[in-house]
Design a binder for this molecule. Structure first.
Ligand SMILES: Cc1cc2nc3c(=O)[nH]c(=O)nc-3n(C[C@H](O)[C@H](O)[C@H](O)COP(=O)(O)OP(=O)(O)OC[C@H]3O[C@@H](n4cnc5c(N)ncnc54)[C@H](O)[C@@H]3O)c2cc1C
Length: 476
């Protein structure tokens, strides 16, 4: 230990301070390790310090981030995923139909865990501008960095993100303390907080039982871990489905703009993938979604072009109010409006649809367990925030767990887990309320609401500080 500490000099004081911290971290974590191992259960159940239930994007990102954290590198971490092993990402294959708009905070997380370069080397589409407009009034808002330097978002296939995360786990210079088990469905959980035992138990479908000090529920919106934590949820089914597809553009173009038009049935978005391809997320009523999936490729293409270009009937009161506002603020909407590229085909078999809803857990933690990602919160995809909120949870949870380990506390210590909850809630709740509010506001054609939302959108686009505030929240 003494070899680590150099003699103090005034210029070396800061260095000494850092070294003392490093030494303390090593001492504390090895003491914990020794204590823990002395107290490991004597049963035949396999024991882990942390078990992550659910290996979707968020659970896998957490496994990598924990595995790469130096303060936690003596912890045994297990990622349990109910599905068979991930088949990997094939760059020669067609673009996947599940893509996500990733914000700058999520990019930072990927950079910090070494997964970003892997994605960039394959295919990441940088979005430089976003245009959102209302079919009922043509009110519009544009988001972009003033000098087009920063990205508004990056569009990345979900499979590529997962592949990049698995590549980190497979690289044996990294995250050696992380084990992944597929086909490992959790069928039951007994939390230590309920049984009074030292460790929680996780029962798998194959009959095995595992124990852990901290169980993380990353098992999606129907989380079994959350149910076992006895946490109330506020949830709504929107009675809408999100139809996704990969489409071919009529003409090759720079394609760096993301487009979203609010239709009376829900928003339709066109997200750039390459110079010639875009991804569609079309949120609509359940019968309409079914109809869109049944259409021939040619008819779906026609319906999509109509969704972006068709003129919807406009209310005279709204049109007059918008004209008055535009003349007061000196704005000519026709000069500002851009049109999305026309679509001339849909990639075969790329159409699918997913249910849309809202869910928020009343609490994210209890002693010995925590929730992250969709297990804790689920939002409408209209603002592309769902997985970004999950990645933000990952960052907050890893910070708190390393603080706990550094201080020699138990990983399941509620005092630390509550800190994670507070930090995540303060980030997630305003975004969730905003996204749900937008869904509600745009789910009606009732004239007073259309009038208010159109004036609001137009004003927000004009008043830079408000618009920047929105942008900062949404793009990180
Ligand atoms: C159409 C659509 C478009 C979207 N677009 C965006 C976007 O552009 N940007 C964005 O930020 N978000 C977007 N989202 C939201 C985003 O997809 C989700 O927020 C994200 O996938 C949630 O990830 P997760 O890992 O928390 O949960 P999930 O993806 O649900 O993963 C949970 C994992 O847990 C596993 N599991 C479940 N139960 C068990 C069990 N009992 N035992 C073991 N394993 C289990 C499952 O197999 C699964 O792998 C979109 C959503 C939809 C529907």
């Amino acid at each position: 230990m003494s070899a680590l500490i150099k003699p103090p000099g005034t210029r070396n004081l800061r260095l000494l301070f850092k070294q003392l911290h490093a030494v303390r971290a090593i001492c504390v974590s090895s003491k914990c390790y020794a204590d823990d191992h002395a107290q490991k259960p004597k049963s035949t159940a396999e024991h882990y310090d942390i078990i992550i239930g659910g290996g979707g994007l968020v659970g896998t990102a957490l496994a990598v981030a924990l595995g790469k954290n130096k303060v936690l590198n003596d912890k045994r971490i297990l990622l349990l995923e109910g599905a068979p092993p991930f088949k990997g990402f094939n760059i020669e294959a067609q673009y996947g139909n599940r893509v996500s708009a990733i914000n700058n905070n999520s990019v930072e997380l990927f950079q910090s865990i070494g997964a970003w370069d892997y994605m960039e080397e394959r295919r990441v589409k940088h979005v430089k501008q976003m245009q959102v407009w209302d079919a009922c009034s043509d009110a519009l808002i544009k988001f972009q960095d003033e000098h087009f330097a920063a990205d508004v978002a990056c569009i990345i296939e979900n499979d590529l993100m997962l592949d990049a995360l698995y590549a980190q786990l497979a690289d044996n210079t990294n995250a050696q303390n992380v084990e992944v088990r597929n086909n490992a469905r959790i069928e039951g959980v007994q939390l230590s907080v309920d049984t009074g035992d030292k460790y929680s138990q996780v029962h798998l479908k194959d009959g095995k039982t595992l124990t852990c000090e901290l169980l993380i529920g990353a098992d999606g919106a129907n989380s079994l871990v959350r149910k076992q934590m006895n946490i109330d949820v506020f949830s709504l089914e929107y009675q809408r489905r999100g139809v996704v597809a990969t489409v071919q553009l009529e003409d090759a173009c720079d394609n760096t703009v993301a487009w979203q038009r609010f239709l009376p049935t829900g928003p339709v978005a066109l997200l750039p993938l390459s110079d010639t391809l875009s991804s569609v997320v079309w949120s609509t009523t359940i019968p309409h979604a079914k109809h869109l999936l049944e259409l021939s490729d040619a008819d779906f293409t026609k319906a999509l072009n109509e969704a972006f270009f068709k003129e919807y009937p406009k209310n005279g009161v709204v049109v007059n109010a918008m004209n008055t506002l535009n003349s007061i603020i000196g704005r000519n909407p026709d000069m500002l409006r851009q049109y999305p590229p026309a679509v001339n085909g849909v990639i075969e078999k790329s159409r699918a649809s997913f249910p849309l809803g809202f869910l928020h857990a009343s609490s994210y933690v209890c002693t010995g367990a925590a929730l992250i990602g969709d297990a804790a919160h689920r939002v409408h995809p209209l603002a592309g925030q769902g997985v970004n909120l999950g990645f933000s949870d990952v960052r907050e949870l890893v910070k708190v767990l390393s603080e706990a380990a550094y201080a020699g506390a138990k990983l399941g210590d509620n005092h630390y887990l509550i800190k994670y909850e507070q930090r995540s809630l303060s980030k997630n709740v305003p975004i969730m309320v905003g996204v749900h509010g937008l869904h509600t506001l745009y789910s009606t054609t009732f004239t007073p609401v259309v009038l208010l939302r159109s004036l609001g959108l137009q004003l927000t686009d004009t008043i830079s500080p408000i618009k920047n505030l929105f942008m900062k929240r949404a793009i990180g």
